[in-house]
Design a protein around this ligand. Structure first.
Ligand code: ZN
Ligand code: ZN
Length: 389
């Protein structure tokens, strides 16, 4: 088969409709392995053909250093998929992490990408031994070591920790993996001889992080094998107490999967307990925030009155307004300072209450519009305090 055929050709609406109409259940799972792949590009094409035939959807990265896969498999094809994986010596026996909260709609298409590195981590592999990893721990031993007072370290990025984390864990302020690793090395400088426990979403980042910690002289490094995803599965299967509280941040359409009913965060806007994580719906913003249902209604799913003012305009005016403005970065980012956000909100609300606009350039858009009548009517009658009908 030609390589150019080995990709999805349909738009998101078609794909979503197709997924809705499937009529069978899907199992969402992830796996990864650091293993030498001689020719990732050739393997990519083989796997695409093989998995597409099984109806697999998901996002998979291949590199010479291994594979990192998040995907959904039609449940009736699960055994066939497992067999296909085990048939390859590189992946034989790789443990699957099955998602706990799963509507099977996490992925719309199958994407396999070849990358230079598995995780864009910014750590320089040549200076340390990536296979010199920490001790792999299952949920039970992780809990035990926690009880014995080991320091627990969250190796995710700051925004991933907002809505759930292990009790008493050291949480990073950094927005990147490399930043988080460096930050933690500094914070734990005087704990090199003490037990430290690392965890991340699926375990793969801890492979690198633990080797990096050991390289820097840490002697008792443990890591949660399979990450939070598999921890949650083990806790349920073995009826263990969950020391992880709240939700697990995930990188697909769901944004989060619930591990326990604890709510560990507060709404960025009203400070009431909430762990509803969402993106600002204003296209050029898209920032991540914790926002309760009431505030979502009040701010029309936006982070600020300023974003709301734009988001509530008719689509054609929004398009006009967006012209020449940079689009939101594809990179995930969250609001860093909820207090500053609340200050900005109250300042903006004051401007609106005084009859002002937060975007004076909007009047120019009305004038510039060739067929301005309709747009002008919408702009003049807009009500910034409610959702559009
Ligand atoms: Zn709120
Ligand atoms: Zn916004």
């Amino acid at each position: 088969m030609e390589a150019h055929e080995l990709r999805n050709k349909y738009g998101p609406d078609t794909l979503r409709a197709r997924l809705e109409a499937e009529g069978f259940s899907r199992t969402t799972l992830s796996f990864y392995r650091y293993v030498r792949l001689a020719d990732p590009a050739a393997m990519r094409n083989e796997l695409y053909a093989e998995w597409e035939a099984l109806g697999v959807l998901g996002r998979i990265y291949l590199a010479q250093e291994g594979i990192n896969a998040q995907l959904s498999v039609p449940t009736h094809q699960f055994e066939a998929f497992r067999k296909a994986i085990d048939a390859r010596t590189e992946f034989d026996g790789v443990p699957f992490k099955i998602a706990v909260e799963d509507d099977g709609k996490s992925f719309l298409k199958l994407t396999l990408k070849v990358r230079h590195k598995l995780v864009a981590d910014g750590l320089h592999d040549e200076v340390f031994d990536v296979s010199n990893v920490g001790q792999h721990l299952d949920a039970e031993s992780f809990n035990q070591l926690m009880e014995q007072g080991a320091t627990v370290v969250d190796m995710r990025n700051n925004y991933e920790c907002l809505i759930g984390h292990f009790e008493g864990a050291l949480l990073p302020e950094a927005e990147t993996f490399r930043g988080a690793v460096e930050e933690m090395l500094e914070k734990l400088e005087d704990k090199k001889e003490e037990p430290i426990l690392l965890y991340c979403t699926g375990g793969i980042r801890c492979e690198k992080a633990s080797a990096w910690f050991r390289h820097h002289g840490f002697t008792q490094v443990g890591q949660l094998h399979g990450g939070i995803i598999d921890y949650a599965r083990q806790v349920r299967a073995k009826e263990l107490p969950s020391r992880y509280k709240g939700q697990n941040f995930v990188f697909d359409g769901r944004l989060a999967e619930r591990i326990t009913n604890d709510v560990v965060s507060t709404c960025f806007q009203c400070v009431l307990a909430s762990d509803r994580i969402t993106n600002c719906q204003q296209h050029t913003c898209n920032v991540l925030l914790v926002q309760c249902e009431a505030c979502a209604t009040k701010y029309a799913d936006c982070c600020t009155p300023s974003c709301r003012e734009i988001h509530l305009l008719p689509e054609e005016v929004q398009r006009e307004w967006r012209k020449g403005k940079p689009s939101a970065s594809a990179k995930m980012k969250a609001i860093r300072d909820p207090e500053a956000l609340r200050k900005r909100i109250s300042e903006e609300e004051a401007v609106l209450a005084g009859g002002g606009s937060l975007h004076t350039e909007l009047t120019e858009i009305i004038i510039d519009a060739a067929d301005g009548s309709d747009i002008a009517r919408h702009l003049n009658t807009r009500d910034s305090g409610s959702r559009p009908e």
